[in-house]
Ligand binder design. Sequence first.
Ligand code: ADP
Ligand code: AMP
Length: 224
Amino acid sequence: MSASPQAVRLILLGPPGAGKGTQSKLLEGRFGVRQISTGDILRKHVSDGTALGKEAKAYMEVGAFVPDAIMIAMMEQQLVGLDAFVLDGFPRTVTQAEALDATLARLHKPLSAVLLFDTDHAALVRRLTGRWSNPRTGRTYHEEFNPPKVAGICDEDGGPLEQRPDDKVDVVEKRLQVYDEQTAPLVDYYAKTGFLKHIDALAPIEDVTAQIFRAIGARDGATA
Ligand code: ADP
Ligand code: AMP
């Protein structure tokens, strides 16, 4: 398939709990653009008990990153044959970002933008500790900010919601620390490329979606 320069190709950059997954699902629904969530892919491996899942689980449960080589190989597989995408949770290190640049250059699929979700620590802790997820689809809710119609049940598939083991407060603090140390340097990395756009992720969910639409020059689900 030849690559279209107008295709929406986004990286959502920001700490855990910033709202990347929430917005990716909304973009999928409105644009049909595929979300690639490395966290969701890894959790599926863990629940399927694959060799990768067994290896990844040890890192995930303590809030550490899965090694770059594994993540880069996973992302290369995902990107083949895909023209438009929203990357949620990748890249998370400078090594991953450099590998992604090389892959996208080889596939002739330039990025549209890197959207940086600006938040603060207290909001992130509150969002993560109140998050409920559908492990089958990756869709997330929040007990206060975005509750399902029936507590503990997914609006979409009617199945049970779960709290992620790594959303416990001590693991959350570790994940936020790892973000500051290993992922925050990507802000400078992408600022230098001119792709970086800031999103006020402390705003309500619909406002964040509207900001994203403005940032990518889209109106009501159609690219301008
Ligand atoms: P991430 O994918 O960046 O880790 P999520 O999209 O899963 O974050 O959001 C984390 C939690 O915060 C979820 O419970 C979600 O419902 C909630 N949330 C997401 N965006 C907002 C927002 N703009 N305002 C309030 N709560 C939000
Ligand atoms: P997330 O669902 O994005 O919060 O990711 C959950 C966990 O999966 C992280 O805390 C990491 O352990 C692991 N993970 C997801 N994406 C990556 C990545 N790009 N690099 C390293 N580890 C990752």
